[in-house]
Design a protein around this ligand. Structure first.
Ligand code: SIN
Ligand code: CO
Length: 373
């Protein structure tokens, strides 16, 4: 449904994580994955993460969702932002899948927003990479250079920055794409009522990694080795440089060991930051039921936002899914489950013959991670 016109090797070499890029008509004949009233409907739900940013006389103010009253907002100066629309809307998930030339573990979510003329979130800096896709309507985007940008007074939780000198100043229409790496100030201003999509990529911080490691060590009772020295400092009150290094090495050895590192990364990186929307069948599905549905031409769809990852070096058949490790019998099932978001009878026939693997697949379906369509 969506095709991204992008020189991927060139982009990864010259722009990814380095420099902003604007691409006119990156998506030909772009169709919005959802309508403004559908987006407004999602924003009324408690379980959906949404917010409203209202701009009046050059001052921005944010209200967190659910958002129920749109009447009061008028015709200009506001923007509605809804996170993780890819979890809820299959077409949004297909749009996000155009960016799978980047690893799934880095993907955060697809945020959709509707903005009235004059609406925007104000000049700001993100600590993640974002691809902004323009849907219906027109927006002007300015992107400045990295540097020491002063916080904008009175912008509070919105953490805006002062106006900046633009490196890029573009008017975006349907199907245009803007890539902004972390650290570059940017600001979108809405010219006509507009839908736009932000596909975000985010790597974990040291704090997130180390908290995950600590949780894992506690859960598994591992990491019990202690420091042993071969020399002691002369001063009793001193923690010597050698001892500091020895203690640091003890931590590094533990966290760099594949038996610690891989489950830690698999668990952390296969979790989505936003709630998933599992779709279990009304009645638990069994193997004859699954086979019959596939034979009728139905396909098995992965729910939007579910990450299915493999750690290089792990055993064949290993996968991490929604923060849990699964060891499948064969790579024949694990590989298509990780790589593809849609599976038909042809791709599933050989592995339905493997009893253990078909049992695992049914378990995934009955948990609502894949559904028949
Ligand atoms: C927006 O659409 O204005 C917000 C997206 C962003 O700045 O990252
Ligand atoms: Co931004």
């Amino acid at each position: 449904m969506y095709h991204l016109n992008l020189d991927i090797p060139g982009f990864v070499r010259h722009h990814w994580q380095k420099k902003p890029l604007f691409i006119k008509a990156a998506f030909a004949n772009f169709q919005d994955p959802l309508a403004p009233d559908e987006l407004a409907g999602l924003a009324t739900e408690e379980s959906v993460s949404s917010r409203l940013v209202i701009q009046r006389k050059g001052q921005w103010r944010s209200e967190s969702g659910p958002v129920t009253d749109f009447e009061r907002l008028g015709e200009s100066g506001w923007q509605l932002l809804v996170q993780a629309v890819n979890h809820l809307e299959p077409a949004a998930s297909e749009l996000a899948a155009c960016f799978r030339f980047l690893p799934d573990w880095r993907f955060d979510d697809l945020m959709a927003s509707f903005a009235a003329p004059g609406g925007g979130v104000g000049p700001h800096i993100d600590n993640y990479d974002v691809f902004i896709i323009q849907g219906q309507g027109l927006r002007r985007w300015q992107v400045g250079d990295k540097g020491d940008h002063k916080p904008r007074e009175g912008s509070g939780a919105l953490a805006l920055v002062e106006d900046f000198e633009p490196l890029l100043d573009v008017e975006m229409g349907p199907g245009d794409l803007l890539y902004i790496p972390p650290g570059y100030p940017h600001c979108g201003q809405t010219l006509t009522p507009s839908l736009s999509y932000s596909v975000g990529f985010r790597a974990p911080s040291q704090q997130e990694l180390l908290c995950q490691l600590a949780d894992q060590l506690q859960e598994t009772g591992t990491g019990q080795k202690r420091f042993i020295s071969d020399s002691e400092p002369e001063q009793a009150s001193l923690i010597s440089g050698d001892h500091q290094q020895g203690l640091a090495d003890l931590m590094i050895q533990l966290m760099a060991a594949p038996s610690t590192l891989r489950p830690m990364l698999g668990t952390l990186l296969s979790q989505s930051r936003f709630e998933l929307d599992p779709l279990p069948p009304e009645e638990p599905l069994d193997l004859p039921g699954l086979t019959a549905a596939l034979e009728q031409g139905k396909e098995l769809m992965r729910i939007g936002g579910l990450k299915v990852l493999q750690l290089e070096g792990d055993q064949p058949g290993s996968l991490y899914l929604d923060g849990h490790h699964w060891q499948l019998n064969t790579e024949a099932l694990a590989l298509p489950l990780r790589e593809r978001t849609r599976l038909d009878l042809g791709s599933l026939t050989p592995l339905l013959a493997d009893r253990a693997d078909s049992t695992s697949l049914l378990e995934f379906i009955n948990l609502g991670y894949w559904y028949l369509e």
